[in-house]
Design a binder for this molecule. Structure first.
Ligand SMILES: [Zn+2]
Length: 396
């Protein structure tokens, strides 16, 4: 009896301390989440509280020190399982709570979604798995309308209505190329190419999109607003299943490399264009001239050192390249672009290829360049947040 008493006393002390800590951290969370937190009400229900009252008008996700919770009309819905949104994103919820440990594919009434650490990754493009299979995902959502090939880090896969068909064997043809499929997987040389096109969209972009589509090849576009008449092509690239990332708005070295704040101001401008054309921001970008450029020194000493550090702090990833078509350098013919790419990709297991869709000779080289790569067993993929990147040595 005495022993039980002392346990009760100790528990009471711990509970007092806990509620004191909870009250303290509830304050800090309330500040972080726009004055909204989750608390236990006097009748024992868990509720969403704002300005000292149950926020019955709120349906979404709210957080407290124990986690992030699915709220329906002001109350935590412990029966909620699925994908729900709030102002910060779409979240994977289990028994009312966001499960930050989950990475996979989950569904709600609007579709099946690629989840990374509890959050829908709207930038995901490629083949991803969950406990029910391997799925073809475009901009975060499983595309059940797609039949054809798609790639991930394990290879190039035959997709039937959005799902890898592991029973598929034989020849699959696309764009005049025959792929030998065995157990759902296309035979290849194990090497990956990430085609990247900078500085557009512009007058040649439509033609390029047609060539990529012919082979079902997906590329990554680092876009600008240099040719505003072609802004609509950003939306077209996105809807065709390509990755669309930021280059800069102006692409003026004197403007963007004047200071770090000048760079990020310009970056926000191209993000706004992206949102207007695609409905979403990007976490991927490329520096004009690459991270190793020294031209920036003329405008601001050390600016690349600062910017490359700040990118990560802003949740952004930058991508340089390890194969240069040289189409912004001395190469000014389709033959030259073709030769540079074919020679370059043979030197790497993963090649990030720098091209410019603003150059007509580059676009005119793409048909046979892609043909050569496919016939020689290369797999094309798009750049992905958290995926393969190349960083050149910073020199300013
Ligand atoms: Zn550029």
């Amino acid at each position: 009896m005495r022993k039980r008493m002392s346990v009760t006393k100790r528990l009471t002390a711990v509970m007092l301390l806990c509620s004191l800590l909870a009250a303290m951290s509830a304050l800090s969370f309330a500040e972080a989440a726009g004055g909204r937190t989750v608390e236990k009400s006097s009748d024992g229900a868990w509720v969403c509280v704002k300005d000292g009252a149950i926020e019955t008008s709120y349906t979404g996700i709210a957080k407290n020190r124990y986690g992030w919770w699915r709220i329906v009309n002001g109350y935590v819905d412990f029966d909620a399982n699925g994908v729900y949104k709030n102002e910060n994103g779409w979240w994977y919820v289990r028994d009312g709570k966001v499960d930050f440990d989950y990475t996979g594919i989950a569904r709600n009434d609007y579709g099946w979604w690629r989840i990374v650490d509890g959050k829908v990754d709207f930038e995901a493009i490629g083949v991803f798995q969950n406990e029910y299979g391997w799925w073809y995902v475009v901009h975060g959502k499983v595309d059940f309308g797609y039949t054809g090939l798609a790639a991930n880090g394990y290879g190039n896969w035959y997709i039937k209505q959005g799902k890898v068909d592991f029973s598929k064997n034989g020849i699959y043809s696309k764009g005049g190329i025959g792929y030998n499929i065995s157990g759902g997987k296309a035979q290849g040389n194990g090497k990956t190419i990430y085609l990247t096109f900078d500085d557009g969209p512009a007058g040649n972009t439509d033609k390029l999109l047609g060539i990529l589509d012919k082979y079902g090849v997906k590329a990554t576009f680092f876009v600008t607003n240099c040719y505003p008449d072609y802004q609509y092509d950003i939306g077209k690239e996105f809807r065709a299943g390509h990755a669309v990332a930021a280059h800069t708005y102006t692409h003026s070295y004197a403007t963007v490399y004047k200071s770090t704040s000048a760079f990020w101001n310009d970056h926000e401008r191209i993000q706004k264009v992206l949102v207007s054309q695609t409905g979403q921001r990007t976490s991927m970008f490329r520096f004009p001239g690459g991270a190793s450029n020294t031209v920036s020194r003329k405008y601001c000493s050390g600016v690349m050192t600062s910017l490359t550090r700040q990118a990560g702090q802003r949740g952004l990833t930058y991508y340089d390249w390890n194969v240069d078509s040289d189409d912004a350098g001395g190469t000014k013919s389709s033959d030259g672009v073709y030769n540079n790419i074919v020679r370059g990709v043979q030197k790497h297991t993963q090649s990030i290829v720098l091209c410019h869709d603003v150059k007509s000779y580059t676009v005119n080289a793409m048909d046979r360049t892609i043909q050569w790569c496919l016939k020689n067993g290369y797999t094309f993929r798009v750049l992905q947040p958290g995926g393969y990147t190349v960083h050149q040595a910073v020199a300013n």
